[in-house]
Design a protein around this ligand. Structure first.
Ligand SMILES: [Zn+2]
Length: 133
């Protein structure tokens, strides 16, 4: 999904949470927008290049099965939520991350065959797949 779409959705989420959380609501941007930094980390790992623009194009049409973006997994979101029960700061990050991840899943469901990628959205399923192969 495009960064701009995540930025708009996260901004709307921020505006919804701002009356209650004030400046703390900015934390939804960590989960809702900056979570996509894992695509950049993946690009750096694969190419040893730091060019952000090239990284954007590199990841643009990749599927979950093509890349390993550490934050884009069910387990990561679940861990964030669990920690969020003890910290409202982390809960705000996890709310942003959940909306981001849900939007990515919906985008995949309407644009590609999600059945091919759903197992690659889980660290455990990826590990089991790797062990079996
Ligand atoms: Zn994403």
């Amino acid at each position: 999904m495009k960064l701009q779409t995540h930025l708009i959705a996260t901004s709307l989420l921020f505006m919804g949470l701002y009356p209650h959380y004030r400046h703390m609501a900015l934390l939804v941007f960590v989960g809702g927008f900056f979570i996509d930094m894992d695509h950049y980390f993946y690009y750096i790992m694969k190419t040893k290049d730091l060019n952000l623009k090239k990284a954007y194009h590199f990841c643009e049409n990749k599927t979950y099965s093509d890349v390993f973006c550490i934050f884009h997994h069910f387990e990561f979101i679940a861990i964030l939520f669990l920690i969020g029960f003890f910290s409202s700061y982390v809960m705000l990050v996890s709310i942003g991350a959940s909306v981001h991840f849900a939007m990515d899943i919906i985008h995949i469901a309407v644009s590609r065959r999600i059945s091919r990628e759903i197992s690659d959205m889980s660290w455990i399923a990826r590990l089991v797949k790797k062990i079996k192969s």
